[in-house]
Design a protein around this ligand. Sequence first.
Ligand SMILES: NC(=O)c1ccc[n+]([C@@H]2O[C@H](COP(=O)([O-])OP(=O)(O)OC[C@H]3O[C@@H](n4cnc5c(N)ncnc54)[C@H](OP(=O)(O)O)[C@@H]3O)[C@@H](O)[C@H]2O)c1
Length: 249
Amino acid sequence: MTAVLTGKTALVTGGTSGIGLAVVRRFVAEGAHVVVTGRRQAQLDAVAAELGDAVTVVRADASVPADVRALFEVVARRGTGLDVVHVNAGNGELKPLAEVTPEDVDTALATNVRGTVLTVQGAVPHLVAGAAVVVTGSTAASGTERSFGLYGGSKAAIAAMTRTWAAELAPRGVRINTVVPGPTETPGLTGLVPDGGGDAFVRQFAAGMPFGRVLRPEEVAAAVLFLVSDQSSGMTGSELLVDGGASIA
Ligand SMILES: NC(=O)c1ccc[n+]([C@@H]2O[C@H](COP(=O)([O-])OP(=O)(O)OC[C@H]3O[C@@H](n4cnc5c(N)ncnc54)[C@H](OP(=O)(O)O)[C@@H]3O)[C@@H](O)[C@H]2O)c1
């Protein structure tokens, strides 16, 4: 089968772990050069060691404007423009309403909302005609998982922003869609519960899923690849649900 991204340049934020790392590996396997971001240098170094010349790693906190500016200076220096962007950097924590502080609100919005705005805004001047952008949402945006209100709210904002940006970017020939994963086995998911409780947390999710298991990051990456490929040329401003059937369980 022909590689889908041969000769293309992609950016994946939060590409050193979990879903983002699976996307980076898939994009590279499909022939792309991938600019990969994250905050931890050791994780970036591991990605560079694994994928070599196929990636450019850049330490950048998506919520920090100076970091995002520096990231796009690296992109500009490559001189190829961007064919594909996956705005994936994100995080959350479990916090019941009664315990939420004003600082928690700022933290919840910093990467997921401010980071998404800064990244898409920064990418726009570099997007080639026909480029595709995917933003990572979450089923928490429309779910009722306890203690996930702030996180779900931040992801609902992402879906709303993506819809309006789709209309703004369409005249440039750019598509933007949201991938909406359900529970996916990643360090991000297991890390929500401290002191090694993550595995039990994942088992609890799995028990409520139709196939008795949570998603694998590669299954979300396959959906992201679809959204950045010509196979989805009829889609913009859409939300693609990849939840292992959780919503019908
Ligand atoms: N796993 C799930 O069940 C699930 C379900 C629905 C949606 N999601 C979403 O999917 C995305 C990936 O989650 P994951 O589960 O794969 O998490 P993960 O394993 O923790 O990976 C998160 C990635 O994002 C990076 N990151 C976090 N904050 C960042 C920031 N401010 N700036 C730059 N990079 C940042 C992390 O690296 P550093 O920490 O080094 O920065 C890491 O590379 C997130 O947007 C998450 O909300 C996950």
